[in-house]
Design a protein around this ligand. Sequence first.
Ligand SMILES: N[C@@H](CCC(=O)N[C@@H](CS)C(=O)NCC(=O)O)C(=O)O
Length: 359
Amino acid sequence: MFKGEVYTIPKEKSLDRPRYWYFPGSLNAQKGRLFLRCCSSSLDFSTIDFRCIEYPEYNQTLEFAKICPNMSIPVLEIDDKIITDSRDIQRYLTEKYPSKGDAAVAADEGKTKKMEEFIESCLTWDEYLFSYRKLPNFLGASMHHIRLVCLSDAILDAAKDNSGINIDEDALLDGRTIREAYVRKIAQIRSMIQIGCEAETPELTKRISANDDCMDEIFRRASTMLTENSGVGTDCDDNNDASLLMGGDSTNIASADIYLAVAVIRMKWLDESYLDSKFDKYPNTRLWWEHFLTLPEAQVLLEDNDKRGTVLRMIKSGKPFKMLGCALGIYKAKPLPDDIERDVQAELKKLNEAYFSSN
Ligand SMILES: N[C@@H](CCC(=O)N[C@@H](CS)C(=O)NCC(=O)O)C(=O)O
């Protein structure tokens, strides 16, 4: 839903060390942290300025929209670039600071093609649909509620006469005006509420089932890659050498491993029996996962997915009060001016049509 971009900024405005905007619970941000963790030694992980934001509040502010017009995470500021999409982050890092695993893949045309195909198939999995349909409904709905409160506060503040901002003329990095960016974002969140939190319609049931087929295809491909690249047999009986998806040195993670790992840990969090059914069907993928977790680089993924840390972060950022406020109807988005509301409705209609016509 939030396809980002790569923006080039004047060299004199570029930072002297990379800055990474993220939140540990975000799957796309987890990917980015792992890409950075696995990069070549010319990019020292310990020198990166990691900005863990208050999510999903801070990313809706105009301050954040100025670096990422979609108001989504992750964002990587590096060299003379601002990169607002995890796929673009992966491509940039693979080109400029390749991990040992990705460098080995790049040296082999056949493997490069296979890895690209694998990543593309991972990207067709609708992580949002999976996650929000599994999350307790009150939790998903309140997170969206928080987004809508922050979005309307931000656009209403910017539209005030004394704000010094012209929402119809001041443009963001992608050329959209502030009004356009906020109208779209509010419509996106309303559409996400319908898709992820409201009663399941027959159309949604079809999407959920297609999404399951998609995950099955990802595991089938992963299993085949393990057999072809690593010699790990599909039934695990013949060879117990743990290995990685692209083969080669089994200590060198490649991007393909990262795409699969973030999806696996998301499934583990939300529906462990679902994950087990995939591991049971493709047993060598279970072996891959067990091996992946032993690698030092994988520890950032475990850190990001630490359950105790997540609960503490939620408490610290006042989420329980906001959720209670949502339930009692006292924490709610301020109404939008008529013209903005009309634009949001029109955009919402377009988004829903596009979502249900694509498959
Ligand atoms: N295509 C983008 C998607 C990024 C995305 O959807 N990020 C989510 C968090 S996982 C987000 O920031 N959503 C907007 C919000 O929560 O307001 C990417 O891969 O980086």
